[in-house]
Design a protein around this ligand. Structure first.
Ligand SMILES: [Zn+2]
Length: 348
């Protein structure tokens, strides 16, 4: 299926970041505006809530830049915007990858979560430029500029994405190039509510690594990010090349040089649609993804699949603390596990 939305014309002026996430401003607003009253979630049958269903973890690499370089791994900013428009108009809602692993699905009632993941921390994803006042802001061409502009145009589409980054790859994949701006970039991502996941220290092939090397790659990645974000520890890992270590339990926990780690899950490089938290078919260390570059055709197949089979979609009940399913989906779900995790369980 072709995505029929015309790509929007993007200009630098419309995409420049205006600093709406300025911390001081947010604090002032928080004092003046009373917290919104939590409304009761709607009748699950009315929105056909089904939190046993499938959803997509989309995977991206290069964004914009020289189109003749690795075109199959590249999406233009215009095509990325068109995909976001499609998702927005078809009742999808973005969450971070870790939200899936932690069963923290904050998605409005009736909508389907979608996870945007960006691998390899290339500068094409996140370049900073100076605005007219001389402040560093996301440039218009990278993913962050597109996500920020999209959020401004659609405030109910939050900036959520997971960045599987490489601290020690060769420039420009060493944390988005521009080494003098690394701290600003990582802080920006975290402050905006996005997730910095691990892609190992330098894109190691974990299948060809010794157990000690696997653990070293994960610990050194955490240490590198802590130089910029105190206390950082990755929750999730994008497995480079989809090449898994022989002992997959090393992705769950391990230690190196006196430092231990625990990861809650890992993303593969392909495989199709994903199962949600609580579904017995979810394998948290082998979560499948769909490569979303237009040349791959997977975005179109994901979109057309759910257009033909809306009954297979995960549909949120609007309450992240309750897992709601229709009775006939009970066989897929581990209700006891969900209750043990502190969530309420509801069938209708
Ligand atoms: Zn990669």
């Amino acid at each position: 299926m072709a995505i029929l939305l015309p790509p929007l014309v993007l200009t630098g002026a419309t995409l420049l970041w205006t600093g709406a996430f300025d911390a001081g401003e947010a604090e002032v607003r928080a004092e003046l505006v009373p917290a919104p009253r939590k409304e009761a979630p709607p009748d699950p049958a009315a929105v056909r809530a089904d939190e046993s269903g499938l959803f997509a973890v989309l995977e991206y690499h290069r964004v914009g830049g020289d189109p003749s370089f690795a075109p199959e791994w590249t999406i233009s900013p215009e095509d990325l915007w068109a995909q976001l428009e499609y998702l927005y108009r078809n009742d999808y809602h973005p969450i971070n990858f870790r939200d899936l692993l932690e069963n923290n699905v904050e998605v409005p009632a009736g909508k389907t979560p979608v996870v945007l993941t960006f691998d390899d921390s290339s500068q094409t994803q996140f370049t900073m430029v100076r605005d007219e006042a001389g402040r560093w802001v996301p440039g218009p061409d990278g993913v962050v500029g597109v996500l920020a502009a999209f959020h401004r145009e659609h405030p109910d589409w939050p900036m959520r994405a997971t960045w599987f980054v490489l601290p020690a790859a060769a420039e420009p994949n060493n944390l988005f190039g521009q080494p003098e701006l690394t701290e600003k970039k990582l802080e920006f991502l975290v402050d905006a509510g996005m997730e910095i996941g691990s892609h190992t220290f330098w894109h190691a092939n974990l299948e060809q690594s010794s157990p000690q090397e696997v653990q070293e790659q994960i610990v050194r990645m955490n240490r590198a990010i802590r130089q910029y974000i105190p206390g950082y520890s990755a929750v999730s890992l994008g497995v480079p090349f989809g090449a898994y270590p022989a002992d997959v339990s090393l992705l769950r926990r391990g230690s190196w040089d006196g430092e231990s780690y625990t990861l809650k899950g890992a993303a593969d490089v392909g495989g199709g649609l994903a199962y949600p938290p609580g579904n017995r078919l979810l394998s948290p260390y082998r979560v499948p993804r769909m490569q979303a570059e237009p040349a791959k055709g997977n975005f179109a197949s994901f979109a057309s699949h759910f257009e033909a089979h809306p009954e297979q979609r995960f549909v949120s009940d609007g309450d992240p603390d309750t897992v709601t399913i229709p009775e006939e989906s009970r066989v897929y779900m581990d209700a006891e596990e969900i209750k043990r995790s502190g969530k309420a369980w509801r069938e209708y």
